[in-house]
Design a protein around this ligand. Structure first.
Ligand code: SF4
Length: 345
């Protein structure tokens, strides 16, 4: 069987259903075909930390959304394949408008990004015409275009603190991150949008307190990117877990801390996909999810079948109109100018 025959046979197995593309196993033969197609397309393949292990292992780079978008902008390749959810691929397109950006399944959304639409933000702004709008990176390009400054959870406090105290601030869409920022800055003129990520709303205070009690020597790693850990970030600040054992870390920081840690057990309060990178970085540590049901179904729509179809058909392509991209880029650039957005692989 030739290489092309093998690929045809693999492609013929792909099926499409409401939960995404399936029918292909992410094994060695699949990985070889993926790498061959990536090279043939002159592409670079990026995978978010919460992707399936097989997708992470076949990618050129693995990281958080902002770090990957920056890698996309700097990469010499003209085609970016972004294995992550839609707003992430959009952010890559905003930062590299001249490149072709592909996402393996454009139906991979984000409940946090969907918490606020551009129309809702427009109405909110009309109620507070002098306010400065700060939006988390988990937002659509259209929302970013209506935003003054974007933020990540690593720099949200710094971004809000940079705004003159007498100016009202509209903070969206994550209510947990907003509450954390209000507590840290003591700011009363900060209005918070009531959005949340459905996955991480499941990591609650009782669960964290119970984990602290039953794992008295464990450390707690909270990853502040992706919106995925902001409820844990908030609860850790509330004292649900002893502060001296809590580490709020970007992806790179989390991997470094894992390599340096003398802890025998580390509890991880974020999407379960992160465990794969941590176990690879520090195989002697017992990494456990605070909530092992914290798995994002949108992230998991990027299946081996979806990635294969994407590279074979060069689809789905991500488009952001030029004016939206220009305005959205401005809010992302302002964030980078104000403070370290955090992240890094
Ligand atoms: S885990 Fe939550 S914030 Fe992250 S992509 Fe999924 S829905 Fe969005």
């Amino acid at each position: 069987m030739t290489v092309l025959d093998r690929m045809d046979a693999l492609t013929a197995q792909i099926t499409n259903g409401p939960d995404g593309y399936s029918g292909v196993i992410g094994d060695e033969a699949w990985a070889q075909q993926i790498r061959r197609l990536v090279e043939m397309r002159g592409a670079t393949l990026l995978a978010h930390n919460y992707q399936l292990p097989a997708i992470q292992d076949v990618a050129d780079h693995v990281g958080d959304s902002l770090a990957l978008s920056r890698i996309a902008a700097e990469a010499p390749e003209d085609t970016i394949v972004f294995a992550g959810v839609h707003f992430m691929a959009e952010t890559a397109k905003i930062l590299s408008p001249e490149k072709t950006v592909l996402i393996p399944d454009q139906r991979a959304g984000c409940s946090l990004a969907d918490s606020i639409t551009a129309d809702q933000l427009q109405e909110w702004k009309a109620e507070h015409p002098d306010a400065v709008v700060v939006s988390y990176v988990n937002t659509t390009a259209a929302v970013k275009a209506l935003t003054d400054i974007c933020c990540t959870s690593s720099n949200a406090v710094e971004v809000v603190a940079s705004i003159p105290e007498d100016r009202e601030v509209l903070f969206c869409p994550d209510q947990f991150l907003g509450a954390h920022v209000r507590r840290e800055t003591g700011r009363q003129n900060l209005h918070i949008w009531a959005g949340e990520c459905h996955v991480h709303a499941g990591i609650n205070g009782d669960e964290l307190a119970e984990q602290a009690r039953t794992h008295p020597d464990a450390e707690l790693f909270v990853h502040p990117e992706c919106g995925c850990a902001t409820s844990a970030l908030y609860l850790a600040g509330e004292g649900s877990f002893p502060a001296e054992r809590v580490k709020i870390l970007s992806t790179g920081g989390m991997l470094d801390a894992a390599r340096d840690s003398s802890a025998r057990q580390v509890l991880v309060a974020t999407e379960v996909g992160m465990l794969h990178q941590l176990r690879r970085a520090a195989p002697d540590i017992d990494f456990q999810a605070v909530n092992d049901r914290a798995s994002c179904r949108y992230m998991k729509m990027i299946t081996p079948a979806a990635l294969l179809r994407c590279l074979v058909e060069e689809a789905d392509e991500v488009h952001v109109d030029a004016e939206t991209a220009r305005l959205a880029r401005r809010s992302v650039t302002r964030m980078i100018e104000i403070g370290q957005p955090g992240g890094g692989e």
